[in-house]
Write a protein that binds this ligand. Structure first.
Ligand code: F0G
Length: 430
């Protein structure tokens, strides 16, 4: 830990027993994905693999222009290079770190508008990932619409406990945005998990297939950014998909300079095959049932031990509520980071802080500290990788750390980069 400057991103994966750092790019590929990889067409322009990928994305999203990128943040970078800029505001239920960073790097402002219960870890609720429509309407009233290039919804809401967004919320946000002439985009990383929650929880959707539900979700939007490293079930890849011809043209112009020719983006032909196949498999209901149920299993076991978690269990992860877990450590001493480090030292489990290290701010001049809304530690579950026994071990370790929680101490940041500080900051225990 000393060599790693107490930053879990600096630990070698070989030195990790159970790696719950992220559910991004960590899926196990299926036999059919590997078979697709063997068949990948590596033609520079117009490869067969691109057309299969394009067709699959069009079928699910209904969006006309499909622009492959090497991962989600590349799609964000292209979108906000075009739509962002000084004076612009982009609302979202909750922006994830890279989305926020890409918006802010363009000079625009990223605004989070989660529903009030969405930031209360202990409250129950079916759709705690929803955007606060009243707050959104107020924003639209107060600001010049020219300055709101688009609205966004992140499904599921990864920075907010991996909580789903309801179909009603997507539809109403779409109506509201369109009434103001503002396009709506989905950050669609975990669209299939969100669709399955809608099937389970929203009246009227129990008998619909997850594919149909996903198609309806996309029917309300004008575009999406996607990291296929999540619900594309692949290790690398993403895309930007839009209906607007002019926007698509501008995006392709940037793509050629920064990623690659429009029929491969930043990817190999075989990556496009793997994504196309992954997007089919991720909507299989037997897969989704197992996925959502196995994450809930970890949450139930931890709740039985009295461990405070963000309720109810999300789609891609269990989020420990570090504020309640370590109530003796104030946000400015980064309780989430202290807990994540201890889980590694105690059980070789790597997790990820989603709290004041990731989203808090320290003014470099005055030293003034602005905490994040939540102090969470995410135990992200890679798709199709770990077994129930691995999860039982995780539950046992978290329980043991919970029993000795009073002995844990806070952390301090020794040095940090100007953006996305959690990846490379150096820490010291207090
Ligand atoms: N949007 C959301 C909601 C995400 O969770 C991520 C990535 C991205 C965009 C960016 O995608 O990594 O392909 O560039 N989240 C990962 C995580 C890193 O661990 O949650 P990317």
């Amino acid at each position: 830990m000393l060599d790693a400057n107490h930053n879990l991103f600096n630990i070698r994966a070989d030195d990790v027993l159970i790696d719950l750092l992220t559910d991004s790019g960590t899926s196990a590929l299926s036999a059919r994905q590997w078979a697709g990889i063997m068949e990948g067409d590596e033609a520079y322009a117009g490869s067969k693999s691109f057309y299969r990928f394009e067709q699959t994305v069009r079928e699910i999203t209904g969006l006309g222009h499909v622009i492959p990128t090497h991962q989600g943040r590349a799609a964000e970078k292209i979108l906000f290079t075009i739509a962002g800029g000084e004076g612009k505001i982009v609302p979202n239920n909750t922006h994830f770190d890279t989305t926020r960073a890409n918006i802010e790097m363009s000079g625009a402002e990223a605004v989070d508008l989660p529903v009030p219960e969405g930031v209360l870890p202990s409250s129950e609720g079916d759709f705690k990932g929803n955007i606060d429509l009243e707050a959104l309407e107020n924003l639209f009233r107060q600001k010049d619409q020219q300055n709101i290039p688009l609205g966004m919804l992140t499904v599921t809401n990864n920075a907010n406990g991996g909580q789903p967004v309801s179909m009603e919320n997507i539809r109403k946000m779409s109506e509201l945005c369109h009434a103001h002439g503002i396009p709506l985009f989905l950050d669609a990383c975990r669209f299939a998990e969100n669709a399955y929650f809608i099937k389970l929880r929203e009246p009227g959707y129990g008998d619909r297939s997850t594919r149909e539900i996903a198609q309806e979700m996309f029917s309300y939007v004008d575009g999406c950014t996607m990291s296929a490293k999540k619900d594309g079930l692949v290790n690398i890849g993403g895309f930007l998909a839009v209906n607007d011809d002019d926007l698509a043209q501008k995006a392709r112009n940037i793509l050629v300079v920064t990623e690659g020719f429009p029929t491969y983006g930043g990817l190999a032909g075989h990556d496009l095959e793997a994504i196309a196949q992954g997007l089919e498999e991720v909507l299989e209901e037997s897969y989704l049932k197992y996925r959502i149920r196995s994450v809930a299993y970890v949450g139930e076991k931890l709740s039985q031990l009295g461990v405070p978690i963000f309720r109810p269990p999300g789609g891609n992860a269990i989020y420990l509520d570090a504020k309640a877990f370590l109530h003796h450590i104030p946000p400015r001493e980064y309780p989430g980071h202290a807990l994540a480090c201890e889980l590694y030292l105690h059980g070789g489990i790597r997790s990820c802080e989603i709290g004041s290290v990731m989203f808090g701010k320290t003014d470099p001049l005055s030293g003034a500290f602005q905490p994040a809304k939540l102090e969470l530690v995410r135990l992200a579950i890679p798709r199709r990788v770990y077994t129930q026994s691995h999860m039982d071990y995780v539950v046992e370790c978290v329980g043991e750390v919970f029993d000795k929680r009073d002995t844990l101490k806070g952390m301090r940041i020794v040095s940090e980069p100007p953006v996305l500080r959690h990846f490379t900051a150096r820490f010291e225990p207090l």
